[in-house]
Ligand binder design. Structure first.
Ligand SMILES: Cc1ncc(COP(=O)(O)O)c(C=O)c1O
Length: 464
């Protein structure tokens, strides 16, 4: 026990169950845990039990919990200038963070539009792309190409860009101008293909889709460099670069969704150029931008696109999109301090070294029962459980293998993100090697025990 909590856990959970709707609100669900405190990479439930936060809140809390300097920057900004309309006024942190970001983004991505999170950052990217092509008098360019297993958010538009399975199919989506190509998942590539052949196949598919739709009708391709919520899918080497080449050839804009891969998860502020060798036209980010301390998203747009609009239509052009809280001074102050601390404390260097160690240690789980694939890059990873290592057949969703492993991990003090038969990790990037060992040690024990339990119950035959 860390504290004598003043929370009445049962009362709070009863209120939560009666009135609060959580994301992906499950109408019958009643098993949320109450988290009441946090420090560093640890969170504490309402009874004071301590857990390693294996998922950084939700790919977000890069600097860990309870950072005093972040808290002070936020409270100072609240006191000095909490908010004013971004339509009519500039504020110091809004101006400063924009100038700072321009030094961190690749190429000429020097213009920043702010929103409240990753979904709205992607909405802004797509709305900007459509606006751009309209201004350029190429208004047939409307189609956005996205991928199976992608996750780009949950507004009406961002959700329509997703390709990750698992949504209730009775939700509505935009379909007329959104087109999905295959997931670049090497573990699930067609039988008999080498990685190189798989890469060619994906690139041919993308180019084929553009030709089929007509390049004059395709506005942009949107892609996470690593597909995060789809199960930490790391595309084959060279994939992003070749996709960009195809886009350039057909005058299709490239939006790189770095909501997860940005701000340190891969050891860089933006991973597109240093890790994947691409300078896209637009990059979106959120989550780690403020280390999760305050909601904020950003859409970084190239100077070229910005200039093209002005050249074509002069000063009368207006990108008619914005939110009450675009560039909110408190969020911008948090982002500025977050970047300052990341630079001062050499967090990127730490993330690269610890990321390599984490990948190494995670791969030690590959020989465990049920484990078909262990993948990841930097400080993001996934363990995929399958009925048989050779057949790669996933466990049925009804068996909730991921959830069972998560429950077992929680008994031993680790929270991960279960998704069907997958277990996903993205710890705070301040995590140490010793804490990585603790995490992987708990995971190993949990997988072994769940595998034994399932064999005992008869829900898995145990044959590899
Ligand atoms: C790659 C990616 N893009 C966009 C989003 C949406 O961000 P938000 O939930 O802040 O709207 C997410 C959220 O997990 C994400 O993983």
């Amino acid at each position: 026990m860390r504290h004598n909590f003043r929370y009445d856990v049962d009362d709070l959970l009863a209120k939560d169950k009666a009135h609060a709707m959580h994301p992906w609100h499950e109408f019958g669900r009643s098993d949320h845990t109450l988290l009441a405190d946090s420090e560093g990479i640890y969170v504490y439930d309402g009874a004071g039990n301590k857990y390693i936060d294996g998922i950084g809140g939700m790919w977000a809390v890069q600097l860990g919990y309870g950072n005093e300097e972040m808290a002070r920057a936020i409270s100072d900004q609240v006191r000095s200038m909490v908010y004013y309309s971004p339509w009519s006024m500039a504020t110091p942190p809004h101006a400063e963070v924009s100038a700072k970001l321009a030094t961190l983004t690749p190429g000429d991505l020097n213009r920043f539009f702010y929103s409240t999170g990753g979904s709205t950052a992607n909405d802004a990217a797509v709305r900007f792309v459509h606006y751009y092509w309209n201004v350029m008098e190429r208004s047939t360019k409307k189609h956005i190409i996205t991928r199976a297993d992608a996750y780009h958010g949950s507004t009406y538009l961002a959700d329509s860009l997703c390709g990750k399975p698992g949504n209730d199919t009775r939700m509505e989506r935009v379909t007329e101008w959104i087109s999905h190509v295959s997931s670049p998942n090497p573990y699930r590539k067609p039988d008999g293909m080498t990685d190189g052949q798989f890469l060619d196949h994906l690139i041919d598919e993308l180019e084929g889709r553009i030709e089929e739709l007509g390049a004059e009708n395709v506005a942009a391709f949107i892609a996470e460099p690593v597909l995060a919520s789809g199960g930490v899918i790391v595309p084959p080497d060279g994939y992003q670069k070749r996709c960009l080449e195809v886009c350039r050839k057909h005058d299709v804009l490239y939006i790189s969704d770095e909501v997860v891969t940005g701000f340190g998860r891969m050891g860089h502020f933006f991973a597109s150029e240093p890790v994947f060798g691409i300078v896209p036209d637009i990059i979106t980010a959120a989550k780690g931008f403020t280390s999760g301390y305050i909601p904020a998203g950003l859409t970084a747009i190239s100077e070229k696109l910005h200039r093209d609009i002005v050249d074509k239509s002069g000063d009368s052009a207006t990108f008619s999109m914005g939110f009450t809280y675009s560039g909110h001074p408190v969020a911008m102050a948090a982002a500025l301090k977050n970047i300052e601390l990341m630079e001062r404390d050499r967090i990127m260097e730490h993330a690269r070294a610890t990321g390599d160690y984490f990948q190494d240690r995670l791969r030690s789980l590959a020989d465990l029962p049920m484990v078909g694939d262990v993948r990841g890059v930097g400080l993001m990873g996934c363990v995929e459980c399958v009925k048989s290592k050779t057949g790669k057949e996933p466990f049925e969703e009804s068996l909730s293998v991921g959830k069972r492993i998560d429950r077992k991990c929680q008994e031993y003090g680790l929270i991960l993100r279960p998704m069907w038969h997958l277990c996903v990790f993205s710890p705070p990037i301040i995590i140490s090697e010793g804490q990585v060992d603790d995490m992987v040690g708990i995971m190993e024990k949990a997988i072994r025990e769940v595998a034994d339990d399932m064999i005992r119950e008869g829900s898995w035959d145990g044959k590899e």
